[in-house]
Design a binder for this molecule. Structure first.
Ligand code: NCD
Length: 304
């Protein structure tokens, strides 16, 4: 039995195969409509979510399966003091597969150790978010045509932004990927990613506080929200929240072929006017999230 807690648990070949399956689902959805008949997905969300939870649920429905779960900790027995381990032991006797989001780093990993069914990390605190990464990779592959030989700029809250951590990990295994980390000093990419991932793998990277410095070189600009819920005090959040706002003028310096991604939700970091630019791919990215999660559910359930 396999779980998905960290994106690095999937080999590059496995990721490529998931992308291929997602592409096939997009092209031939009817082939997949009954694949998960009588299977149940539990979505256990201890933190807010729109896209991740609903795309998981839509994914299971489109595979012909069913869904159960909760969307806030307050409506589960964790509000009565139940541990994650106990919740998972019980839920894994009701469902065939579990997607779990939790504010504590490592909670889905603990859950996977207690579960009788596959557990998918749907975001753990400021740590990881592997299924968002699969979504991002599918989007880059479809929109740019490749995952090797790209220059990607990550902009915003690189400290608490779990989607950036997982995506940088995943892309570090593709060939000739250059990474530009754009953030205020206080929200820099964590040292462990630089020291344990980028340096050992010889990945070319730079850090800058200036969004425009590398704009003309970027193939992908990955914007992120400043993660208010992970700040220790509101004053710091207010000071940093509008550090970067991508608008049409700034984007006019980017390549014609570039693409702008964002895991969403957007707060202020991309001006609404950018939505009309053909390089804005964040809404289609959210849509692709459903297809790659369909592919992942099939893989973890061992369904061909
Ligand atoms: C992201 C998350 O939850 O980490 N959202 C998502 O899953 N699409 C990004 C965010 O909340 O800023």
């Amino acid at each position: 039995m396999r779980h998905l807690i960290d994106i690095l648990e999937l080999s590059v070949d496995e990721i490529d195969a998931l992308i291929e399956t997602a592409n096939d689902i997009i092209a031939n959805p009817e082939k997949y409509a009954e694949k998960c008949r009588h299977k149940k997905l539990a979505t256990l969300f201890f933190e807010p979510s729109t896209r991740t939870r609903l795309s998981f649920e839509a994914a299971m429905y489109e595979l012909g399966g069913n869904v159960l779960g909760f969307s806030e900790a307050a409506s589960s027995s964790s509000a009565k003091g139940e541990s994650v381990s106990d919740t998972i032991k019980v839920v894994s006797s009701y469902a065939d597969i579990i997607a779990m989001r939790h504010p504590k780093e490592g909670a889905p990993m603990v859950a996977s150790m207690k579960s009788d069914v596959p557990v998918i990390n749907a975001g753990d605190g400021g740590h990881n978010h592997p299924t968002q990464t699969l979504t991002d990779l599918l989007t880059i592959k479809r929109e740019i045509g490749r995952l090797d030989n790209i220059v990607i700029g990550y902009c915003g809250d690189l400290k608490f932004g779990r989607t950036v951590h997982s995506l940088a990990n995943a892309l570090s295994r593709y060939k000739n990927v250059k990474m530009v980390f754009i953030s205020p000093e206080e929200l820099r990419i964590p040292d462990y990613i630089i020291e344990e991932v980028l340096k050992p793998l010889g990945i070319e990277y730079v850090e800058t506080a200036d969004l425009m410095e590398y704009m003309p070189e970027l193939d992908v600009l990955y914007m992120t929200r400043v993660q208010r819920e992970r700040f220790f005090n509101e004053a710091d959040y207010i000071r940093l929240k509008d550090s970067y706002i991508l608008d049409a003028e700034k984007l006019s310096h980017a390549k014609e072929t570039a693409c702008v991604l964002h895991p969403l939700p957007r707060v202020n970091e991309i001006a609404i006017e950018v939505d009309e630019d053909p390089r804005a791919k964040y809404f289609i990215q959210a849509k692709y999230g459903k297809y790659i999660r369909m592919a992942l559910i099939l893989k973890l359930l061992g369904i061909e």
